[in-house]
Design a protein around this ligand. Structure first.
Ligand SMILES: Nc1ncnc2c1ncn2[C@@H]1O[C@H](COP(=O)(O)OP(=O)(O)OP(=O)(O)O)[C@@H](O)[C@H]1O
Length: 236
């Protein structure tokens, strides 16, 4: 479970996150949406421990800066960051050694196969295309079976096969009990597979929509998004 309590982050005079609180339960997919500059990447960077902030963030009860929390988190950044001089296969070995999860080697290979990277296993990071680097970044983040997985714009630059696989992976993570947070501009990319969606505006949550079977939503997520961000419903 991911718990964010009263997180505020300023860059100088810019208030990027303004007292944000939310949680993502085990086996839940939460979606973060909002216009450019709303503060999505900032809250994600706070969660994964890349930024200092005011407030409290815990992963399964552990402070997000603790080693216990870091061992449980998988982070797919907006821009893939791979090691130029490691091969695809060496990335997996490096990650699994670092997390002491060498038992996951078969799982890591299966991830590479699903993402059509196994035939590139001997290529260096710097020899991969942007989309291949993105796929490797996804495999690296998932290889150690994290319990909390954070995706920042994961579908950008992926080919249709990888998008299909990644959508299946979202569901498998959810079924496996992970807490999944996905930041995306592509409203239809998450289809109906999310549990809760937060729409961010100017550093705050302007609206939250649940997608439980019992919830009778009058509006689609897309309608709500345009209503909030443009002050009207799309097409009106
Ligand atoms: N390193 C930084 N230094 C100063 N200001 C920053 C920095 N990073 C982000 N900001 C500012 O913080 C605010 C939130 O930015 P953030 O990147 O979190 O938005 P976002 O919702 O992820 O946007 P996008 O959809 O464009 O990725 C913006 O006003 C942005 O200009």
């Amino acid at each position: 479970m991911l718990k964010v309590e009263g997180v505020t982050k300023r860059y100088g005079k810019t208030l990027a996150n303004d007292d944000i609180s939310f949680s993502v339960e085990d086996g839940q997919i939460a979606v973060l949406m909002g216009p450019n500059g709303a503060g999505k990447s900032t809250i994600i960077k706070c969660i994964v421990g890349l930024l200092r902030f005011q407030g409290k963030i815990t992963l399964n009860g552990y402070d997000n800066k603790s080693v216990e929390a870091k061992a449980q988190i998988g982070y797919i950044p907006e821009m893939p960051a791979v090691y130029d001089l490691l091969t695809v296969q060496e990335h997996m070995q490096f990650i699994l050694r670092a997390y002491r999860k060498m038992d996951n080697l078969d799982y890591a290979q299966a991830l590479l196969e699903r993402l059509e990277l196994w035939d590139k296993k001997d290529k260096l990071g710097k020899q991969l295309s942007k989309g291949m680097q993105q796929k490797l970044s996804i495999a690296c983040a998932l290889a150690h079976s994290p319990r909390v997985v954070i995706f920042d714009e994961p579908l950008v630059g992926l080919d249709p096969h990888a998008i299909k696989e990644l959508k299946a992976i979202f569901q498998e993570l959810r079924q496996g009990g992970a807490s999944v947070l996905i930041s995306t501009h592509m409203i239809d990319s998450v289809e109906d597979s999310w549990d809760v969606a937060h729409i961010m505006m100017q550093g705050r949550f302007a609206a939250t929509m649940a997608n439980w079977p019992s919830e009778m939503n009058e509006k689609t997520l897309e309608q709500l998004f345009f209503e909030i961000t443009e002050g009207r419903e799309e097409g009106r």
